[in-house]
Structures are given as structure tokens and as C-alpha cells.
Design a protein around this ligand. Structure first.
Ligand SMILES: Cc1cc2nc3c(=O)[nH]c(=O)nc-3n(C[C@H](O)[C@H](O)[C@H](O)COP(=O)(O)OP(=O)(O)OC[C@H]3O[C@@H](n4cnc5c(N)ncnc54)[C@H](O)[C@@H]3O)c2cc1C
Length: 366
């Protein structure tokens, strides 16, 4: 009998495993394929919602808590595993002038530093931007992580803490009796008994809960991304313009994203999206026309109503918990989201008010 069985080895499952094991709990992590190869790998690693003022307060509350703890998390992981998650305070530079008044109002209430940058300063600090607007919005404190490195570090970290990782194990359904979880059944026909089961299956979370009669609203939204093999220093900030963003990595690679597509569980990449993204990338940073495209991929974001994740206990099945539905902001929200769930699991005082994330709050809001 396992104490805590986490289903899903993305950033949410891994961080939940880390915090549980740090508290001395016995943890097993089950992953259908390989750890950290789905949405958490495919994402950009920007540690802020793109236009934070467009999001509900519960999303920003999770993002804020995480932003305050990410640097320490990255430092600890690097010290303990030798893998650098590349937390970089590159700032977020938004070139949409029509967002200025909403950005200014939001920054004032959120306590976020915002610098309004004029055209000449923009041209000086980001000379690679083709046609700098009259002014830009710079959030200098926002950071990024290199999410594939973060996932590798987390995997090594939780293993070193004694978390048992089982890969190539797809949970086909949940086992429960008399309103209590008993474990999970896997696609190869075996069953694994557990006191507590935590669903952290990202975009795939809803199907496991459906047979319990609990309709949770999590659907896949495909995002395609391009990776350029650039040179260090081409861009200094994460730059956002009209919903497209460029993310400069330390080694000069540059990510450009992304699409938002409602195509079900289909992760194939399309020529149309590549053209559209290349066009937008070169319009923003003309030098990209001469820089080789290294890779093009797609991931499935776990979309939920208003992007607010489900975090907490299942209202009917004792011992069953969920941590899923982080949509476009799962990397930035992950530390807060995982910490909050672990607080609830261990009966500790929660780091944030859990009400907006509870399954029954979502159900009544829907
Ligand atoms: C293109 C793109 C760009 C993004 N950019 C950003 C960004 O810049 N910043 C940000 O904060 N967020 C970003 N996101 C969103 C972020 O990546 C997601 O919100 C986050 O990764 C969700 O994490 P997760 O662990 O819930 O899901 P996942 O990483 O998808 O992990 C779920 C895991 O569960 C496993 N699983 C599923 N079903 C089962 C089963 N039945 N049995 C066992 N295992 C199962 C899967 O194989 C998978 O490994 C982006 C996403 C995409 C696609």
C-alpha cells in the first residue's frame, strides 16, 4: 500500500512530489510515458502570465507566490542536483502600447515594478526589434526558467529524496469503494493500492475523473512553438507583441510562440502554424530571417475555466485529490499550486486561500 500516489509526471506532479517528500511523506509518482515530456516540456518557461491584468486574481495570486520563491527553488535544485534550471531575471518587455493604462493600473495594485520605456530607449536596449513602437512596457523583475532543465533537475531531486518513479505506467481508472479511494488500475491490467491518489495529469486529467461522475472542465489547447539557434545577446528580454513572444535563452537559442488551437488531443505540428509563427517572428526581430530554425514542436495546455486550476480534495471520494488545469501558466503557478495542495494534504495552514481552486467552487461557478 502506497501512502501518496501521484499520477502524472509533469511540473505539477514533480513539485507536488518534492514538497510531499520534503515533509517526510512516502511518495510514488506514476507516469504514462516519460517524466516531463508533455506540456511542461513544451512550454516557454516565462514566469508571469503574459498580460497579467487579463487574468482572474486567483491566477495572479498563485503566480505572485511562485515568483517570490522561484529563484530559491532554482538555486536549491542546482546545488542539490548540479543541473541549472536557468532562472534568469530577463524582464518582460511588452510592445503593445494600447495596454499601457491597464498595465499601469494593474502594476499599481499588484505592487509590480513597471517602467514605461520611450522609443529611443527601446531601440537602445533591444536593437534587434525591427520597428520599436513609441513606447513599451517593461516589467524588469519578471524572470524565466529553462523548463526542460527544470524538469530534469526536479526528476533527479525527487529521486534522491526517495520518491519512487514508475514510468510507462498509464492509469486507466481509479479504484474506490464506499466513498474512499483504494488506488489505481493501470492499462496493463495491474492495480496499485494507495491511501491517497493525486491526479496531476495536465490536459488528460478530466477523463480519469469522468467515470466518478465529477465533471471537471479541463480540455487540451494545442500550442506550437519554434526554436531558433541564435547567438547570445541578440535579445535581452522576453519580448511580447500582439500575443506572440520571443524568449532568449542563455546559450543564444531563442523560442518563439505560440499558437492557441482547439484541436483535441492532437500534438502534430502544421506547416500553416510554422509559416504564421515565422512571419510574426521575423516581423518582430528581422535578424531571425537569417537564423536557422532548429526545431518546431507542439504541446497540449490543460485549459480550465478562466485558467484557474483545480487544486484540492475530491468532494465525494475521500483520499482523492487533484492538481490540474493550469492552462497557459502552469510553469509559473507550479510552486504555489503544489505547495497549496501539499498544505491541504498534510493539514497545514495553506499558503493561499484554497477556496477559488476547490472542486466544488469551480462546479458552482460553472
Ligand atoms: C506552447 C506552450 C507554451 C507555454 N508557455 C508557458 C510559459 O511560458 N509559462 C508558463 O507558466 N506556462 C506555459 N505553458 C503552460 C504550461 O506548460 C502548463 O500549464 C503546465 O506544463 C502543465 O503542467 P502539468 O504537469 O499539469 O501537465 P503536463 O506537463 O502535461 O504533465 C501531465 C503528465 O501526466 C501524464 N499523464 C496523463 N495521463 C496519464 C495517465 N492516465 N496515467 C499516467 N500519467 C498520465 C502525461 O504523460 C504528462 O507527463 C505553455 C504551454 C505550452 C503548450
Amino acid at each position: 500500500m502506497h501512502d501518496h500516489l501521484i499520477v502524472g509526471g509533469g511540473i505539477i506532479g514533480l513539485l507536488t512530489a518534492r514538497y510531499l517528500s520534503q515533509a517526510g511523506a512516502n511518495v510514488t509518482l506514476l507516469e504514462r510515458h516519460q517524466i516531463g515530456r508533455e506540456s511542461s516540456w513544451a512550454g516557454g518557461g516565462i514566469l508571469s502570465p503574459l498580460y497579467p491584468w487579463r487574468y482572474a486574481e486567483p491566477v495572479n495570486a498563485l503566480a505572485r507566490w511562485s515568483q517570490q520563491h522561484y529563484r530559491t527553488l532554482a538555486d536549491e535544485l542546482q546545488a542539490d542536483t548540479g543541473i541549472d534550471p536557468e532562472w534568469i531575471q530577463s524582464g518582460l518587455l511588452i510592445l503593445d502600447r494600447d495596454e499601457t493604462s491597464r498595465a499601469t493600473a494593474w502594476a499599481a495594485t499588484a505592487g509590480a515594478r513597471l517602467d514605461i520605456i520611450d522609443h529611443d530607449t527601446l531601440a537602445r536596449i533591444e536593437p534587434a526589434v525591427g520597428e520599436p513602437p513609441e513606447s513599451g512596457l517593461l516589467f524588469p523583475e519578471f524572470a524565466q526558467v529553462r523548463n526542460p532543465c527544470l524538469l530534469k533537475a526536479l526528476r533527479q531531486d525527487v529521486q534522491a529524496r526517495g520518491v519512487r518513479i514508475i514510468e510507462s505506467a498509464e492509469v486507466s481508472h481509479l479504484l474506490h469503494e464506499n466513498g474512499r479511494i483504494g488506488g489505481v488500475a493501470t492499462a496493463d491490467g495491474s492495480s496499485i493500492a494507495a491511501e491517497r491518489v493525486i491526479i496531476a495529469c495536465g490536459a488528460w486529467s478530466a477523463s480519469l475523473l469522468r467515470e466518478l461522475g465529477q465533471a471537471i472542465d479541463i480540455t487540451p489547447v494545442r500550442g506550437q512553438m519554434l526554436l531558433y539557434r541564435g547567438k547570445p545577446g541578440l535579445l535581452k528580454h522576453v519580448v511580447l507583441h500582439r500575443g506572440h513572444y520571443a524568449i532568449p535563452r542563455r546559450d543564444g537559442r531563442l523560442l518563439f510562440g505560440s499558437t492557441l488551437e482547439d484541436v483535441g488531443f492532437d500534438k502534430t505540428v502544421t506547416e500553416q502554424a510554422r509559416h504564421e509563427l515565422e512571419h510574426a517572428a521575423q516581423a518582430l526581430i528581422p535578424a531571425l530571417a537569417e537564423i536557422p530554425l532548429e526545431r518546431h514542436w507542439a504541446g497540449l495546455r490543460p485549459a480550465s475555466p478562466n485558467g484557474i486550476p483545480y487544486i484540492g480534495a475530491h468532494p465525494q471520494i475521500e483520499g482523492l485529490y487533484i492538481n490540474a488545469g493550469h492552462f497557459r501558466n502552469g510553469v509559473v503557478m507550479a510552486p504555489a499550486s503544489a505547495h497549496l495542495l501539499v498544505d491541504l494534504l498534510l493539514g497545514r495552514r495553506p499558503v493561499l486561500d484554497p477556496t477559488p481552486f476547490a472542486l466544488d467552487t469551480h462546479a458552482s461557478a460553472a
